[in-house]
Design a protein around this ligand. Structure first.
Ligand code: GN1
Ligand code: MG
Length: 365
């Protein structure tokens, strides 16, 4: 890949040395570029998948304004490590935070060095730290006018709409798989009445609309490899107006499952209440001044609804013939569906215990 034109368009300083592809992401194509500029300097150059993200300019406008807002806040408090505490996107010579050319839609940001992330939680302290990181993100954006952001993927966490899409997938049965997954379909549809809880609460104004990350999978927190403390949240493609319950719920869904969402052996799936407690503690400590009691009361249901949403999304994609989520083996989306169903079953059984945890930490708010 020849990056010379992009390097020029983004006016990246220093001498370009070389690039390597980073393969972690499932959706975009990502490269790390190495420069020498009175020392080694690294940047990430990323081609956005415009099939998934159909409004790339608006998406970059969202990300750029939100990160600038966080940078200003960090500067205000004189944060020394600010350049590693939030992603810094580069402006192209024309002033836009992206470059479009015949090879695609590109953005560039400073590589965060000496950092790592987890796909599966290693210990409860790191999940506590992740709770603080996602909570900090909410807190830093509490005064950002959410309504000025574009909803770049409409109805992304509208769980009712996700159910409608599942019904459509069942009716169309494009891959001829519906009959073989009747049990999974029944499980998900039996919970359809719960799907509307958050969207209804938002629509009625019972809970506020906020700036939310919307993809708070645990691997989207960067930790400092020297101090092990959280640095920042990454993967800002789905930053949009939403509910803080989406962020809290999806982090619980992805982080409390000790086997991860790709595990096929259902007996290894365990909803870990201790992890639930640690994340909740970290999240509530940092959001104490912004969340309402209504939002906090809905935490256990938020975890369940986000898990139900992923059950519906994975199952619908399996029925459609695996067209959205990348699969690494045959039946991968069905494996993920069954995995999330097992997790949801355990969350349902653990709901009184989750409520007791919330009671314990409510005092922070
Ligand atoms: C996708 O690609 P990744 O891991 O960042 C998806 C999320 C799902 C997640 C489930 C834009 O995220 O909503 O929760 O897979 N992102 C998009 O693994 O659809
Ligand atoms: Mg993502």
């Amino acid at each position: 890949m020849n990056f010379n034109k992009l390097i020029d368009a983004f006016a990246i300083p220093g001498t370009y040395i070389g690039s390597e592809e980073l393969s972690a992401g499932n959706i975009n194509q990502t490269y790390r570029l190495h420069f020498y500029d009175e020392g080694d300097a690294f940047y990430v150059m990323q081609r956005l998948n415009t099939n998934v993200f159909r409004k790339p300019r608006e998406l970059m406008d969202n990300i750029h304004r939100v990160t600038e807002h966080i940078i200003a806040k960090l500067d205000d408090v004189g944060c020394k490590d600010a350049h590693r505490m939030v992603l810094h996107f580069l402006l192209a010579k024309d002033g836009n935070p992206y470059v479009e050319d015949e090879s695609g839609f590109w953005r560039a940001y400073r590589f965060v060095d000496h950092a790592y992330s987890y796909d599966i939680i290693q210990d409860s302290f790191c999940f506590y730290q992740a709770g603080r990181a996602f909570g900090d993100f909410q807190r830093q954006l509490v005064d950002f006018p959410a309504e000025t952001l574009t909803e770049t993927i409409p109805r992304f966490h509208d769980t009712v709409d996700r159910m409608r899409i599942l019904h459509e997938a069942i009716a169309n049965d494009k891959a001829g798989r519906a009959a073989s997954v009747q049990e999974e379909i029944d499980f998900v549809l039996a919970r359809e009445n719960e799907a509307s809880l958050i969207v209804d609460a938002l629509a009625s104004g019972r809970i506020p609309q906020r700036v939310t990350h919307n993809d708070t999978k645990i691997n989207n927190v960067l930790f400092d490899s020297r101090t092990r403390s959280p640095l920042c949240v990454i993967d800002l493609d789905t930053v949009m107006p939403g509910s803080s319950l989406y962020d809290y719920g999806d982090a619980i869904r992805s982080g409390t499952n000790t086997a991860g969402e790709d595990e096929e052996n259902l007996s290894l799936i365990h909803f870990d209440l201790d992890l639930f407690e640690k994340f909740t503690q970290g999240f509530l400590e940092t959001t104490a001044e912004c969340l309402t009691q209504e939002e906090i009361a809905l935490f256990p249901m938020a975890a369940r609804i986000m898990t139900l949403e992923l059950c519906a999304r994975f199952l619908a994609d399996y029925l459609d013939g695996d067209v959205y989520f990348k699969i690494k083996k045959p039946g991968h989306n069905l494996i993920r569906t069954r995995n999330q169903i097992e997790l949801l079953r355990q969350m349902e059984a653990a709901t009184p215990a989750m409520e007791a945890v919330i009671e314990k930490y409510r005092r922070y708010s």
